[in-house]
Write a protein that binds this ligand. Structure first.
Ligand SMILES: [Fe+2]
Length: 259
């Protein structure tokens, strides 16, 4: 049996201080620029992952301001992780590829790539412009052809989540089309996403979806309007045993880091 443990951390929003009680504009929360914002939480999360002896990490997107990108990779350099990166709607491929490069992918201008062993295909998608888009959609279809088990790392959730943020304009624009693709293949699909800053688990036929807590701050899942919880932060641990995937969220608190 092959066993791998991965930590999925996402939505660091470095240098971005949340403006509370403001409207969501264009699917984005409003932020003020503030240097070093959330860097302490990134370090606490990386320390926690390291303490557990986990060697592989996947970063789920939304590093923060463009100015914070070099500092993000500088902080990562202080640890010894094997790192994979996907892009969020606050990231651009050009900013990131100066520091982290997956090789020239099969889809022009998109940071999408995959690895496979004999049990499981791991697929990494680019939804930085809030959609998958036609050429990446066609690529994903080819990638899933003949696969029986796949884990997909993608910044935006694909299945709907029962929470106000899902109806605020933040959802992936072509998610219905992506969901049809996934439900039409003969493959068990596990989606690991971020973007909504909350823990959620949903299932639809052959698709399981796990939304992950943010490193920066959480959005309260059950509320009438968008409401943030700035105390809690965290990440997700994923255990892969052959084709089986087990996952749990880890929530930390600034007052009691590491508990
Ligand atoms: Fe996002």
């Amino acid at each position: 049996m092959t066993k791998t443990t991965i930590a999925f951390l996402t939505d660091t929003h470095l240098g971005q201080r949340l403006v509370m009680n403001s409207e969501v504009a264009g699917g984005k929360m409003r932020y003020d620029s503030e240097a070093e914002q959330h860097e302490d939480r990134l370090r606490l999360v990386l320390d926690d992952i390291s303490r557990r002896g986990i060697a592989d990490i996947v970063f789920g997107g939304d590093i923060g301001t463009a100015q914070s990108v070099p500092g993000f990779f500088e902080i990562l350099k202080g640890y010894d992780f094997n790192t994979s990166v996907i892009l969020g709607n606050h990231d651009t491929y050009d900013d990131i590829k100066r520091y982290w490069f997956a090789g020239d992918g099969d889809v022009n201008g998109k940071l999408c790539y995959s690895y496979a062993d004999r049990h499981l295909k791991r697929i990494f998608l680019d939804t930085s412009d809030n959609m998958l888009g036609d050429s990446q959609h066609a690529w994903l279809q080819r990638e899933l052809d003949g696969a029986h088990n796949a884990v997909i790392f993608v910044h935006h959730p694909i299945l709907a989540v029962h929470t106000p943020v899902d109806r605020s304009g933040a959802a992936l624009r072509d998610r219905d089309k992506v969901r049809s693709l996934l439900s039409g293949v003969d493959c068990d699909v596990t989606i690991i996403s971020g973007h909504y800053h909350m823990v959620d688990e949903t299932r639809d036929a052959n698709i399981r979806q796990f939304v992950s807590p943010a490193v920066s701050y959480q959005i309260v899942k059950q509320s009438d309007e968008l409401h943030a919880d700035v105390e809690a932060f965290g990440y997700r641990i994923i255990e892969i045993k052959d084709a089986r995937i087990y996952t749990q969220a880890v929530l930390l608190n600034q007052a009691f880091p590491g508990r």
